[in-house]
Design a protein around this ligand. Structure first.
Ligand code: SF4
Ligand code: SF4
Length: 134
């Protein structure tokens, strides 16, 4: 039985645009490993409002709380609202990934969902590329 993994809702989007860069080396290595695990094991995701498996190696995680929690919580909320899921919902990684792709990336809603993220310009370009390649 694959391990259950806690994931902040918006991290399901960040994972889909990850290109091997992050806050620092430890964060990038951890994110690379978690993505490989998700893709290999198709884990059950537990959508959490708190720090998750990616936050575990993030320099912005101060004692289990994100230093930018107000902003990331707003992106989490819009991710859930747009995909029609509730917090603490458990869902297979493959289903969650597809849901976010169908409801947010391919509908062009990424711009609104990620509107206050400092990386949004990069992710929006990648999202548009995904749309064009379909
Ligand atoms: S601690 Fe904050 S900035 Fe770091 S990965 Fe988690 S939500 Fe993102
Ligand atoms: S814009 Fe920010 S929150 Fe949205 S997918 Fe990219 S890194 Fe994640």
């Amino acid at each position: 039985m694959p391990q259950e993994i806690k994931l902040r809702p918006h991290h399901g989007l960040c994972i889909q645009f990850f290109e091997g860069k992050g806050y620092d080396e430890a964060f990038t290595l951890n994110m690379t490993q978690i993505i490989a695990q998700l893709e290999t094991e198709n884990n059950l995701i537990n959508l959490t409002p708190d720090c998750d498996v990616l936050c575990a190696a993030c320099p912005n995680n101060m004692g289990g709380v994100c230093t930018d929690n107000e902003k990331v919580a707003s992106i989490d909320k819009r991710t859930l609202n747009t995909s029609g899921l509730d917090i603490f919902r458990k869902i297979l990684w493959s289903e969650y990934k597809k849901l976010l792709k169908d409801e947010i990336i391919e509908t062009g809603r990424l711009k609104e969902v990620c509107r206050n993220c400092c990386w949004s310009r990069i992710c929006l370009v990648k999202g548009s590329e995904q749309l064009r390649s379909n």
